[in-house]
Design a protein around this ligand. Structure first.
Ligand code: XMP
Length: 492
């Protein structure tokens, strides 16, 4: 808006990613009613407004950003540099409510209690007299979407199939079997074969997406689902759509299988139903509760479709760590989201479990998008290096074992109920007898769009570390201190 209306925008000297404090001037403008003072907000930018356009007043600022909120009350034009829509902007909902109800003068006419019948009516409308088959992952989204369709269309018009990719966590296939009403297809050798020797993160995601489509096509054929009377049901949720570039301006932040070419063809042919595509995760859980689905299914942490593959980092060749004044640069490629772009960058390892310092470092250092703390290791960091490695069954098993260990301790201590998600990542950092390390990434979030790295009770961390360091092949344990932005929740 600044650019188009004749103001000046330029790249900032520093980035401002994640938590920030906004100072908002006292104002009588309806847009900022009740909001003056100091507030926690969430930033995600490097560009700055140098001079607002004529007619605008600067209303708010942070330490890094001199123009964080502008207003032209006469024309009802408002701009904020921060993100009012994310939960970490504590009073974000009030900004949005002020804009909608006080500035635009909209009326409230939506009652969430009417949600289920509406979704069911939409499903019936888009499915018509056809039948729906689902590839159910055992996660919240696909299970809720499956249950919704069964309720809307009746059980005999909806079929569910679970594909065992060989990239699932320990005990997952048994858990899914327990859900009932599903057929199980073992495609593990197909996935692991296609991924063997591949180290490039985006290529891994692409292969997994393509293999999913191949498996789907094979199942469709072998179970006679090719007939026009069947369509595909999916548990795609709103962040998947936004982060895959589904909205007009979003960059391709998440490139996963919900939107690969094979699926696009089905969408183009109108042979797909995605009843949750405009819902966030918390809303999906609420819908699931309304449907009466069990708590241990609905309260599961999210788990990504490509599975452990995107938590098992690989390296094409050996590489040494680089010592800099702030710590050690680990030359793996981990994904981040800074501004609207998806970036792959190395990771900085520091000694202290200091979240605030980690934020300062990712804002200052352009070449890293993530900061981890070394918790404990069998060797000194300068004796460890990145080891050429791929997605071998042995490494996947190592990660599966570590992940099951972390989940067991986290569940027994109640820690899993305090965090939104807790990825466990394997990185090829170690020595010849213990070639890998583990990164713990517990985060708090509401919808996965933004996230806050959270701390952990020292005693729980100690017991996790002790068990993880006794897993054969594990050299060290690290703790991811990075918020999203600048680091995504997953590492690839
Ligand atoms: P990121 O890593 O993008 O993750 O911050 C946000 C949320 O999305 C999950 N995620 C995925 N889920 N397929 C999925 O079904 C994917 O390719 C994928 N990538 C990330 C992630 O676990 C987190 O909950």
């Amino acid at each position: 808006m600044t650019h188009l209306l004749g103001g000046r925008v330029r790249p900032g000297d520093r980035g401002e990613y994640g938590l920030a404090t906004l100072d908002l001037d006292d104002t009588s403008d309806p847009m900022f009613a009740g909001l003056a003072g100091s507030q926690q907000i969430w930033m995600n930018h490097r560009d700055v407004v140098e001079a607002p356009p004529d007619g605008f007043r600067v209303i708010g600022r942070t330490d890094t950003c001199a123009v964080a909120a502008i207003a032209d009350s006469a024309r009802h034009l408002y701009g904020v540099q921060f993100h009012p829509e994310v939960v970490h902007t504590i009073r974000g909902q009030e900004y949005l409510a002020n804009f909608i109800f006080r500035v635009c003068r909209c009326q409230k006419d939506w009652d969430p209690r009417h949600r289920l019948p509406l979704i069911e009516a939409e499903i019936r409308e888009s499915v018509g007299d056809r039948r729906v088959f689902f590839f159910v992952s055992g996660g919240v989204d696909s299970s809720v979407a499956f249950a919704l369709c069964r309720r809307a269309l009746g059980g005999d018009r909806v079929r569910g199939i679970y594909v065992d990719t060989g990239l699932m966590r320990e005990g997952e296939t048994d858990f899914v079997r327990g859900l009932g009403g599903l057929a199980i297809e073992d495609a593990s050798s197909q996935f692991l074969g296609a991924l063997s020797g591949v180290t490039e993160p985006e290529q891994k995601r692409h292969i997994i997406g393509e293999e999913f489509v191949r498996v789907q096509e094979r199942i469709i054929e072998s179970r006679s689902l090719a007939d026009e009377c069947w369509i595909l049901g999916q548990g795609t949720i709103y962040p998947d759509t936004i982060e895959s570039g589904g909205t007009a301006k979003a960059a391709v932040i998440k490139t996963h299988h919900n939107r690969v070419a094979g699926i696009q063809k089905l969408i183009a042919a109108g042979r797909i139903v995605e009843p949750l595509k405009s819902f966030y995760k918390d809303e999906v859980r609420a819908v699931g509760r309304e449907l009466g689905l069990p708590g241990d299914l609905l309260d599961r942490h999210p788990f990504p479709g490509p599975g452990l593959a995107i938590r098992c980092l690989c390296a094409a060749s050996d590489a040494r760590l680089e010592r800099i004044a702030d710590g050690w640069i680990i030359p793996v490629r981990s994904v981040g989201v800074q501004g609207d772009a998806r970036t792959y960058a190395p990771v900085l390892a520091i000694d202290a479990m200091d979240h605030a310092h980690a934020t300062v470092l990712t804002n200052r250092l352009r070449k890293v998008n993530r900061v981890v703390a070394l918790v404990e290791a069998h060797a000194q960091l300068h004796d460890m290096s990145i080891r050429a490695s791929a997605l071998s069954p042995g490494r996947l098993q190592r990660l599966r074992h570590a992940d099951a260990t972390v989940r067991r301790i986290s569940h027994a201590s109640g820690y899993d109920r305090q965090v939104w998600q807790f990825p466990v990542i394997l990185i090829p950092l170690g020595s010849s007898d213990a070639p890998d390390s583990i990164v713990l990434r517990p985060i708090d979030s509401v919808d996965g769009m933004t996230a806050q790295s959270v701390g952990m009770d020292a005693e729980i961390l100690r017991s996790m570390c002790a068990e993880l360091l006794s897993v054969p092949g594990i050299a060290g344990v690290f703790y991811d201190l990075t918020h999203k932005p600048p680091g995504t929740i997953e590492w690839e």
